[in-house]
Design a protein around this ligand. Structure first.
Ligand SMILES: *Cc1c(COP(=O)(O)O)cnc(C)c1O
Length: 349
Protein backbone atom coordinates (compact mmCIF):
# COMPACT_ATOMS: atom_id res chain seq x y z
CA UNK A 1 0.00 0.00 0.00
CA UNK A 2 0.97 3.58 -0.58
CA UNK A 3 1.34 4.50 3.08
CA UNK A 4 3.98 1.83 3.57
CA UNK A 5 6.59 3.29 1.22
CA UNK A 6 5.52 6.90 0.79
CA UNK A 7 7.76 9.32 2.65
CA UNK A 8 6.82 12.97 2.42
CA UNK A 9 10.30 13.97 3.57
CA UNK A 10 11.80 12.84 0.28
CA UNK A 11 9.60 15.27 -1.64
CA UNK A 12 10.15 18.47 0.37
CA UNK A 13 12.79 20.85 -0.99
CA UNK A 14 15.95 20.83 1.18
CA UNK A 15 15.73 24.64 1.52
CA UNK A 16 12.29 24.32 3.06
CA UNK A 17 13.29 21.50 5.39
CA UNK A 18 16.15 23.65 6.72
CA UNK A 19 14.01 26.76 7.09
CA UNK A 20 13.44 28.41 10.44
CA UNK A 21 9.97 29.98 10.12
CA UNK A 22 9.22 33.55 11.18
CA UNK A 23 7.62 33.57 14.57
CA UNK A 24 5.01 36.29 14.88
CA UNK A 25 3.85 37.96 18.06
CA UNK A 26 0.58 36.04 17.81
CA UNK A 27 2.43 32.76 17.27
CA UNK A 28 4.42 33.26 20.46
CA UNK A 29 1.48 34.22 22.60
CA UNK A 30 -2.11 33.35 21.84
CA UNK A 31 -4.29 35.09 24.41
CA UNK A 32 -7.99 34.52 24.44
CA UNK A 33 -8.98 36.81 27.28
CA UNK A 34 -10.10 40.37 26.59
CA UNK A 35 -8.61 41.26 29.95
CA UNK A 36 -5.11 40.69 28.58
CA UNK A 37 -2.97 43.73 27.82
CA UNK A 38 -1.38 43.26 24.42
CA UNK A 39 1.82 45.26 24.06
CA UNK A 40 3.71 42.74 21.93
CA UNK A 41 2.97 43.52 18.27
CA UNK A 42 3.47 47.28 17.91
CA UNK A 43 -0.18 47.75 17.00
CA UNK A 44 -2.04 51.01 17.46
CA UNK A 45 -4.00 50.44 20.69
CA UNK A 46 -7.06 52.46 19.69
CA UNK A 47 -9.91 50.11 18.82
CA UNK A 48 -11.49 50.39 15.35
CA UNK A 49 -12.30 46.75 14.59
CA UNK A 50 -9.13 46.06 12.63
CA UNK A 51 -6.32 47.64 14.66
CA UNK A 52 -5.11 44.21 15.83
CA UNK A 53 -3.34 41.63 13.66
CA UNK A 54 -5.65 38.79 12.59
CA UNK A 55 -5.46 35.25 13.95
CA UNK A 56 -2.57 33.68 11.98
CA UNK A 57 -4.23 30.26 12.24
CA UNK A 58 -7.80 31.46 11.50
CA UNK A 59 -9.19 29.13 14.15
CA UNK A 60 -12.72 30.59 13.98
CA UNK A 61 -13.03 29.98 10.25
CA UNK A 62 -11.47 26.54 10.51
CA UNK A 63 -13.85 25.53 13.30
CA UNK A 64 -16.89 26.26 11.14
CA UNK A 65 -15.37 24.64 8.04
CA UNK A 66 -14.53 21.62 10.16
CA UNK A 67 -18.17 21.32 11.15
CA UNK A 68 -19.46 21.81 7.60
CA UNK A 69 -16.96 19.52 5.91
CA UNK A 70 -16.46 17.05 8.74
CA UNK A 71 -12.67 17.26 8.54
CA UNK A 72 -10.35 18.19 11.42
CA UNK A 73 -8.89 21.73 11.52
CA UNK A 74 -5.49 20.04 11.78
CA UNK A 75 -5.88 18.91 8.17
CA UNK A 76 -6.54 22.45 6.86
CA UNK A 77 -4.52 25.40 5.71
CA UNK A 78 -6.23 28.60 4.62
CA UNK A 79 -4.87 31.05 2.09
CA UNK A 80 -5.57 34.31 0.31
CA UNK A 81 -7.59 32.46 -2.37
CA UNK A 82 -6.70 29.02 -3.73
CA UNK A 83 -4.10 30.77 -5.80
CA UNK A 84 -2.00 31.47 -2.70
CA UNK A 85 -2.48 27.91 -1.50
CA UNK A 86 -1.33 26.54 -4.86
CA UNK A 87 1.70 28.85 -4.83
CA UNK A 88 2.67 27.58 -1.35
CA UNK A 89 2.42 23.99 -2.60
CA UNK A 90 4.77 24.80 -5.48
CA UNK A 91 7.28 26.38 -3.17
CA UNK A 92 7.34 23.47 -0.73
CA UNK A 93 7.80 20.69 -3.28
CA UNK A 94 9.28 22.07 -6.51
CA UNK A 95 12.92 23.09 -6.89
CA UNK A 96 13.25 25.98 -9.39
CA UNK A 97 15.03 25.17 -12.68
CA UNK A 98 15.00 21.47 -11.81
CA UNK A 99 11.59 20.00 -11.04
CA UNK A 100 8.45 19.74 -13.14
CA UNK A 101 4.71 19.38 -12.73
CA UNK A 102 2.15 17.52 -14.81
CA UNK A 103 -1.03 19.21 -15.98
CA UNK A 104 -3.87 17.89 -18.12
CA UNK A 105 -5.08 20.50 -20.65
CA UNK A 106 -7.59 21.90 -21.24
CA UNK A 107 -7.57 22.97 -17.61
CA UNK A 108 -7.32 25.90 -15.19
CA UNK A 109 -4.65 28.36 -16.33
CA UNK A 110 -3.11 29.13 -12.93
CA UNK A 111 -1.12 25.88 -12.64
CA UNK A 112 1.11 26.79 -15.56
CA UNK A 113 1.29 30.48 -14.58
CA UNK A 114 2.47 29.50 -11.09
CA UNK A 115 4.91 26.99 -12.57
CA UNK A 116 6.36 29.70 -14.79
CA UNK A 117 6.63 32.20 -11.93
CA UNK A 118 8.48 29.60 -9.87
CA UNK A 119 10.70 28.43 -12.79
CA UNK A 120 9.22 24.92 -12.72
CA UNK A 121 8.92 22.78 -15.84
CA UNK A 122 5.52 21.83 -17.23
CA UNK A 123 4.61 18.49 -18.76
CA UNK A 124 1.27 18.52 -20.53
CA UNK A 125 -0.77 15.39 -21.15
CA UNK A 126 -3.98 16.28 -22.92
CA UNK A 127 -7.28 14.94 -21.65
CA UNK A 128 -9.05 12.35 -23.81
CA UNK A 129 -11.84 13.29 -26.24
CA UNK A 130 -14.31 12.90 -23.41
CA UNK A 131 -12.05 15.11 -21.23
CA UNK A 132 -10.89 12.26 -18.99
CA UNK A 133 -7.31 11.70 -17.74
CA UNK A 134 -5.34 9.20 -19.83
CA UNK A 135 -3.78 7.33 -16.95
CA UNK A 136 -1.09 5.35 -18.76
CA UNK A 137 0.03 8.31 -20.89
CA UNK A 138 0.27 10.44 -17.76
CA UNK A 139 2.36 7.86 -15.91
CA UNK A 140 4.60 7.46 -18.95
CA UNK A 141 5.26 11.19 -18.98
CA UNK A 142 6.53 11.14 -15.39
CA UNK A 143 10.26 11.43 -14.67
CA UNK A 144 12.27 11.59 -11.43
CA UNK A 145 11.74 15.34 -11.22
CA UNK A 146 7.95 15.23 -11.61
CA UNK A 147 6.78 16.47 -8.21
CA UNK A 148 3.13 17.41 -8.58
CA UNK A 149 0.24 16.13 -10.68
CA UNK A 150 -2.69 18.55 -10.91
CA UNK A 151 -6.16 17.07 -11.31
CA UNK A 152 -8.97 19.60 -11.57
CA UNK A 153 -12.25 17.82 -10.90
CA UNK A 154 -14.81 19.05 -11.82
CA UNK A 155 -12.52 20.46 -14.47
CA UNK A 156 -12.45 24.07 -15.61
CA UNK A 157 -13.27 24.85 -18.47
CA UNK A 158 -14.80 21.51 -19.50
CA UNK A 159 -17.17 21.16 -16.52
CA UNK A 160 -16.95 17.38 -16.13
CA UNK A 161 -15.67 15.35 -13.19
CA UNK A 162 -12.85 12.88 -13.70
CA UNK A 163 -13.62 9.20 -13.23
CA UNK A 164 -12.92 8.30 -9.61
CA UNK A 165 -11.30 5.08 -10.74
CA UNK A 166 -8.72 7.03 -12.78
CA UNK A 167 -8.08 9.43 -9.90
CA UNK A 168 -7.56 6.54 -7.50
CA UNK A 169 -5.19 4.82 -9.89
CA UNK A 170 -3.14 8.01 -10.27
CA UNK A 171 -3.06 8.50 -6.48
CA UNK A 172 -1.75 4.97 -6.09
CA UNK A 173 0.79 4.97 -8.88
CA UNK A 174 2.18 8.54 -9.08
CA UNK A 175 5.11 8.86 -6.68
CA UNK A 176 4.78 12.61 -6.14
CA UNK A 177 2.05 14.85 -4.77
CA UNK A 178 -1.41 14.70 -6.35
CA UNK A 179 -3.32 17.98 -6.03
CA UNK A 180 -7.04 17.62 -6.64
CA UNK A 181 -8.51 21.07 -7.28
CA UNK A 182 -12.10 20.88 -6.10
CA UNK A 183 -13.13 24.50 -6.71
CA UNK A 184 -16.47 23.21 -8.09
CA UNK A 185 -17.01 20.14 -5.90
CA UNK A 186 -20.10 21.59 -4.22
CA UNK A 187 -21.94 21.48 -7.57
CA UNK A 188 -20.84 17.93 -8.30
CA UNK A 189 -22.51 14.55 -8.02
CA UNK A 190 -19.14 13.10 -7.02
CA UNK A 191 -17.94 12.85 -3.45
CA UNK A 192 -15.05 15.03 -2.32
CA UNK A 193 -11.63 13.41 -1.90
CA UNK A 194 -11.17 15.17 1.46
CA UNK A 195 -12.73 12.09 3.05
CA UNK A 196 -9.90 9.89 1.79
CA UNK A 197 -6.88 11.86 3.06
CA UNK A 198 -5.89 9.07 5.43
CA UNK A 199 -5.74 6.54 2.62
CA UNK A 200 -3.48 8.66 0.40
CA UNK A 201 -0.58 10.44 2.16
CA UNK A 202 0.38 12.11 -1.15
CA UNK A 203 -3.04 13.74 -1.59
CA UNK A 204 -3.73 17.47 -1.34
CA UNK A 205 -7.25 18.75 -1.99
CA UNK A 206 -7.89 22.43 -2.62
CA UNK A 207 -11.26 24.12 -2.31
CA UNK A 208 -12.38 27.74 -2.26
CA UNK A 209 -15.07 30.04 -0.95
CA UNK A 210 -15.08 31.81 -4.34
CA UNK A 211 -17.64 29.69 -6.17
CA UNK A 212 -20.49 27.83 -4.42
CA UNK A 213 -19.98 29.76 -1.17
CA UNK A 214 -20.46 33.10 -2.91
CA UNK A 215 -17.40 34.87 -1.49
CA UNK A 216 -15.01 35.43 -4.41
CA UNK A 217 -14.47 38.96 -3.12
CA UNK A 218 -12.95 38.01 0.23
CA UNK A 219 -10.26 35.70 -1.25
CA UNK A 220 -10.32 32.56 0.85
CA UNK A 221 -8.90 29.29 -0.36
CA UNK A 222 -8.68 26.05 1.60
CA UNK A 223 -6.17 23.26 1.42
CA UNK A 224 -6.88 19.85 2.95
CA UNK A 225 -4.02 17.39 3.46
CA UNK A 226 -2.24 15.16 5.97
CA UNK A 227 -1.00 16.89 9.15
CA UNK A 228 2.57 16.39 7.85
CA UNK A 229 1.85 18.32 4.65
CA UNK A 230 -0.17 20.99 6.49
CA UNK A 231 2.64 21.58 8.98
CA UNK A 232 5.24 22.12 6.26
CA UNK A 233 2.91 24.49 4.36
CA UNK A 234 2.40 26.35 7.63
CA UNK A 235 6.16 26.85 7.93
CA UNK A 236 6.30 28.93 4.76
CA UNK A 237 2.98 30.76 4.67
CA UNK A 238 3.06 34.52 5.33
CA UNK A 239 2.20 34.87 9.04
CA UNK A 240 -1.01 36.87 8.62
CA UNK A 241 -2.04 35.69 5.16
CA UNK A 242 -5.82 35.81 5.72
CA UNK A 243 -6.94 39.25 6.81
CA UNK A 244 -9.36 40.08 9.64
CA UNK A 245 -12.24 41.28 7.43
CA UNK A 246 -12.05 38.09 5.38
CA UNK A 247 -12.13 35.93 8.49
CA UNK A 248 -15.09 37.83 9.92
CA UNK A 249 -17.10 37.72 6.70
CA UNK A 250 -16.37 34.01 6.19
CA UNK A 251 -17.52 33.17 9.71
CA UNK A 252 -20.64 35.29 9.31
CA UNK A 253 -21.68 33.78 5.95
CA UNK A 254 -20.77 30.21 6.81
CA UNK A 255 -22.90 30.48 9.96
CA UNK A 256 -26.09 31.10 8.00
CA UNK A 257 -27.69 27.69 7.97
CA UNK A 258 -28.81 26.27 4.60
CA UNK A 259 -27.79 29.44 2.73
CA UNK A 260 -25.23 27.78 0.49
CA UNK A 261 -27.17 24.54 0.12
CA UNK A 262 -30.23 26.45 -1.07
CA UNK A 263 -28.21 28.55 -3.49
CA UNK A 264 -26.45 25.48 -4.88
CA UNK A 265 -29.81 23.76 -5.41
CA UNK A 266 -31.08 26.86 -7.21
CA UNK A 267 -28.02 27.00 -9.44
CA UNK A 268 -28.31 23.27 -10.26
CA UNK A 269 -31.97 23.73 -11.22
CA UNK A 270 -31.03 26.71 -13.35
CA UNK A 271 -28.22 24.72 -14.95
CA UNK A 272 -30.66 22.01 -16.06
CA UNK A 273 -33.03 24.64 -17.43
CA UNK A 274 -30.25 26.48 -19.22
CA UNK A 275 -29.00 23.26 -20.83
CA UNK A 276 -32.45 22.38 -22.13
CA UNK A 277 -32.82 25.87 -23.62
CA UNK A 278 -29.33 25.83 -25.15
CA UNK A 279 -30.31 22.62 -26.91
CA UNK A 280 -32.72 24.63 -29.08
CA UNK A 281 -30.10 27.14 -30.30
CA UNK A 282 -29.27 26.28 -33.90
CA UNK A 283 -25.59 27.32 -33.92
CA UNK A 284 -24.76 25.31 -30.77
CA UNK A 285 -23.59 21.91 -31.97
CA UNK A 286 -22.59 20.40 -28.64
CA UNK A 287 -23.35 20.90 -24.95
CA UNK A 288 -20.77 19.21 -22.75
CA UNK A 289 -21.98 17.46 -19.59
CA UNK A 290 -21.49 19.71 -16.56
CA UNK A 291 -20.81 18.87 -12.94
CA UNK A 292 -20.10 22.53 -12.14
CA UNK A 293 -21.82 25.94 -12.19
CA UNK A 294 -20.96 26.55 -15.83
CA UNK A 295 -21.56 24.88 -19.16
CA UNK A 296 -19.14 24.45 -22.05
CA UNK A 297 -20.74 24.57 -25.49
CA UNK A 298 -19.40 24.16 -29.01
CA UNK A 299 -20.66 26.68 -31.55
CA UNK A 300 -20.17 27.43 -35.25
CA UNK A 301 -17.74 30.30 -34.66
CA UNK A 302 -16.80 31.03 -31.04
CA UNK A 303 -15.10 34.38 -31.60
CA UNK A 304 -17.98 35.69 -33.71
CA UNK A 305 -20.60 34.60 -31.15
CA UNK A 306 -18.50 35.97 -28.28
CA UNK A 307 -18.26 39.38 -29.97
CA UNK A 308 -21.98 39.39 -30.75
CA UNK A 309 -22.83 38.70 -27.11
CA UNK A 310 -20.49 41.45 -25.89
CA UNK A 311 -22.30 43.84 -28.22
CA UNK A 312 -25.55 42.83 -26.52
CA UNK A 313 -24.00 43.43 -23.08
CA UNK A 314 -23.40 39.79 -22.12
CA UNK A 315 -19.92 38.65 -21.13
CA UNK A 316 -19.03 34.98 -21.34
CA UNK A 317 -15.68 33.22 -21.72
CA UNK A 318 -14.26 32.33 -25.12
CA UNK A 319 -12.21 29.13 -24.72
CA UNK A 320 -11.50 28.49 -28.39
CA UNK A 321 -7.70 28.67 -28.02
CA UNK A 322 -7.63 25.89 -25.39
CA UNK A 323 -6.51 22.47 -26.66
CA UNK A 324 -9.57 20.34 -27.44
CA UNK A 325 -11.89 23.35 -27.07
CA UNK A 326 -11.99 24.72 -30.61
CA UNK A 327 -15.04 26.98 -31.02
CA UNK A 328 -16.05 26.47 -27.41
CA UNK A 329 -17.66 29.01 -25.13
CA UNK A 330 -17.95 28.74 -21.36
CA UNK A 331 -21.20 30.02 -19.87
CA UNK A 332 -21.55 30.59 -16.12
CA UNK A 333 -24.98 29.72 -14.71
CA UNK A 334 -26.48 32.98 -13.44
CA UNK A 335 -29.77 33.88 -11.81
CA UNK A 336 -32.99 32.82 -13.47
CA UNK A 337 -33.35 36.34 -14.88
CA UNK A 338 -29.78 36.46 -16.21
CA UNK A 339 -30.09 33.06 -17.86
CA UNK A 340 -33.33 34.13 -19.56
CA UNK A 341 -31.59 37.21 -20.95
CA UNK A 342 -28.77 34.99 -22.22
CA UNK A 343 -31.15 32.57 -23.94
CA UNK A 344 -33.27 35.32 -25.44
CA UNK A 345 -30.15 37.04 -26.76
CA UNK A 346 -28.71 33.80 -28.18
CA UNK A 347 -32.00 33.12 -29.97
CA UNK A 348 -31.85 36.56 -31.56
CA UNK A 349 -28.32 36.19 -32.97
C1 LIG B 1 -12.21 29.65 -9.66
C2 LIG B 1 -11.21 28.58 -9.49
C3 LIG B 1 -10.40 28.53 -8.37
C4 LIG B 1 -10.57 29.54 -7.29
O1 LIG B 1 -9.50 30.31 -7.05
P1 LIG B 1 -9.57 31.35 -5.85
O2 LIG B 1 -8.19 31.90 -5.88
O3 LIG B 1 -9.86 30.58 -4.60
O4 LIG B 1 -10.64 32.34 -6.15
C5 LIG B 1 -9.50 27.49 -8.21
N1 LIG B 1 -9.40 26.52 -9.15
C6 LIG B 1 -10.19 26.52 -10.23
C7 LIG B 1 -10.11 25.42 -11.20
C8 LIG B 1 -11.11 27.56 -10.44
O5 LIG B 1 -11.86 27.56 -11.55
Amino acid sequence: MKAAYFNIDNLIRPTIKALKPYSSARDEFQGTSDAMVFLDANENPFENGVNRYPDPQQSGVKAILSEIKNVSSKNMLLGNGSDEVLDLIFRVFCEPNKDNIIILPPTYGMYSVLANINAIGIKEVQLSNSFQPQVETILNAVDDSSKILFLCSPNNPTGNSFSSQSIEELLNRFKGIVVIDEAYIDFSREKSWIYRLEEFPNLIVTQTLSKAYGMAGIRLGVCYASTEIISVLNRIKPPYNVNELTQQKAIQQLSIEDLTTNQINDILKERALLISELDAISFISKIYPSDANFVLVKVDNATKRYDQLIEQGIVIRNRTTQPGCENCLRLTVGTSKENKVLIKTLKGL
